[in-house]
Design a protein around this ligand. Structure first.
Ligand code: ZN
Length: 262
């Protein structure tokens, strides 16, 4: 397990928005206010708590330099844990709008990109790494492929803080696709159009690598690099990508029911 995570961490394949309940310091007062540990889904306490905190206007910040090292004792324990979580969970969480597409599900079922698995094996120098990876992925894939009643896929809750962070990262990647004299640098850049308004686009923007997995890869028009006429339109495109991928939660004061019902 350590080999998987270490490899993902080094390759920056752990998404920028990742979070867990394990490496988080909580303000107990905030958690008490959000309250109500979910009976609806015992396996998703963290994600549901996160959404409730966002609604109350709290932030959830993850320090990605903190590494939590409590792995399960052995592979079999991990396999059992995964099976148990699937069984208990009423929701599965996704940040990839395209996971419902058949081709991607198929690739995922087969274990994802084989290059990553090869890299993990080489870096860890352990031949059991690919075997373990494919076993875990196959278990996950088979589970997701089975029909489930009362189970649903939900988008991960996100707030304004992450939205701003993402939009800033995208707009700061701006590159000009024209020369200083306004002429196209090459024959290809002349026909670039703004993904938002369709006008001629002067700039190329790219989505940072650690946010890449939220891209709707099978939809035409928005890829890792997209074109826009201005920072304003790039911001609109980035924020649309974000809101499509996540359950965007804004502060909403809870409605209080008056005791006694009068
Ligand atoms: Zn535009």
């Amino acid at each position: 397990m350590r080999a998987f995570e270490a490899s993902m961490y080094r390759a920056k394949r752990i998404p920028a928005w990742s979070f867990s309940i394990d490496n988080t310091l909580f303000r107990t007062e905030a958690v008490k206010r959000a309250g109500g540990f979910p009976i609806e889904d015992p396996a998703s306490a963290d994600t549901i708590l996160r959404k409730n905190l966002f609604k109350l206007g709290y932030r959830w910040l993850t320090d990605s330099t903190l590494i939590s090292g409590h792995y399960r004792k052995n592979f079999l324990e991990q396999l059992k844990h995964q099976a148990k979580s699937f069984e208990l969970a009423r929701y599965s969480w996704s940040s990839s709008p395209e996971t419902s597409s058949a081709p991607r599900r198929f690739i995922s079922l087969l274990g994802g990109n084989p290059v990553h698995v090869l890299n993990m094996t080489l870096q860890s120098r352990m031949l059991r790494v690919p075997l373990a990876w494919y076993t875990l992925r196959l278990q996950r894939g088979l589970y997701l492929a089975l029909p489930h009643e009362n189970k649903a896929v939900r988008a991960v809750p996100m707030d304004d803080w992450y939205l701003t962070k993402f939009v800033r990262a995208v707009t700061s990647s701006r590159r000009s696709v024209r020369g200083a004299n306004g002429e196209a640098n090459n024959s290809h850049s002349a026909d670039k159009t703004c993904t938002w308004c369709g006008q001629r686009a002067g700039f190329a923007y790219s989505v940072p690598q650690d946010w890449e997995n939220i891209l709707p890869k099978l939809r035409p028009g928005i890829g890792r690099v997209f074109f826009a006429c201005s920072d304003l339109h790039a911001e609109k495109i980035a924020s649309k990508i974000f809101k499509d991928a996540f359950d965007y939660v804004t502060f909403s004061p809870p409605m209080r029911l008056k005791p006694g019902g009068t």
